[in-house]
Unconditional design. Structure first.
Length: 308
């Protein structure tokens, strides 16, 4: 008898648990099931082979004998009947005249293996029923900019000949998953197709840092505006705005711009805040008149600043 490596057939390790074996079996059974491969003789043989492997490896007694005896394991088991050309107590290695693609009972002795296949993989629906297995979920990853996440965007991808439009709603977060129902692998029989699950990665935008629905940025203010007050332009993700700087603003002060942060996902007209850190630029390379003016200002302070 030709030795069959059941572990190799199912793609599992010899120390694999029964659960791992069943999981590998289900995956292969769906792939090679006759309903998915009509007229494919190789798939049909593969289907028989993985069913046989599963029947042995998920039965503790059979698996033990298989592991211990290798290619002689079947001869150690008592069989009902003469076993045909295989001799008394031995399985019949022939096909028994069965038609390709027909009943698999001869392979397992009484058809238990074939029934177990339907019950363990497709549910107990009775022999002869068309298998129904939901399609596989497809997974993909896409990158969008922080600006796209702020404004919302639409992108087109090609998936197995299909052009799909992916809509990214304003406020979408890094790591968020978009589900496109029914755009995954096809189902078997009347079962539904799987879904397409897209993990979104939001890239950084120079000058901005995101914290949930809030944004942080920095503004550089000249010393004159910091002392006297005034307005300065600040960039936001939707354009430039003018911000009022109060008199005597210190470097490092953080201004809160309410409602100028990220849109709150799926909550129209709600936004986080924009926090602006003020950095004061000290003038360098002063002219002599400018230096003299600063000295005069210093002399007006009490106590006077030391200066040369």
């Amino acid at each position: 008898m030709e030795y069959k490596d059941y572990y190799k057939i199912l793609g599992v390790d010899k120390k694999a648990s029964t659960g791992d074996i069943k999981k590998a079996y289900r995956k292969l059974a769906v792939k090679y099931h006759p309903d998915k491969n009509p007229g494919n003789k190789q798939a049909e043989e593969k289907f028989k082979e993985i069913n046989e492997a599963n029947t042995v490896l998920t039965d503790p007694e059979k698996r033990k004998e298989y592991d211990e005896l290798g290619d002689s394991w079947k001869y150690a088991r008592p069989q009902n009947g003469s076993g045909g050309t295989g001799g008394p107590g031995r399985p019949n290695p022939g096909t028994g005249g069965q038609k390709p693609g027909g009943d698999f009972e001869d392979l397992f002795g009484g058809g238990g293996g074939f029934s177990e296949f339907f019950e363990s993989v497709f549910g107990n629906r009775g022999r002869g029923a068309t298998a129904e297995v939901s399609g596989t979920h497809y997974r993909a990853e896409m990158e969008i900019s922080l600006r796209d996440a702020y404004l919302g965007a639409e992108k087109v991808i090609d998936l197995e000949g299909q052009r799909l439009r992916i809509k990214f709603k304003p406020g979408i977060a890094d790591g968020q998953v978009i589900k496109l129902k029914g755009k995954g692998g096809p189902g078997v029989g009347a079962a539904p197709s799987g879904d397409l699950l897209i993990t979104v990665h939001v890239t950084e935008e120079p000058g901005f840092e995101r914290e949930g629905d809030d944004l942080r940025t920095e503004a550089f203010v000249d010393v004159y505006t910091a002392v006297l007050g005034g307005k300065i332009p600040i960039q936001t993700l939707k354009g430039s705005i003018n911000v009022t700087i109060a008199k005597g603003t210190d470097s490092g002060k953080v201004l809160r711009m309410k409602g100028l942060g990220m849109p709150v996902y799926n909550q129209p007209d709600q936004f986080g805040n924009l926090y602006v850190k003020v950095n004061i630029r000290v003038p360098k390379n002063l002219s002599e008149p400018e230096t003299e003016l600063f000295k005069q200002l210093a002399q007006l302070n009490t106590p006077p600043y030391a200066h040369s």
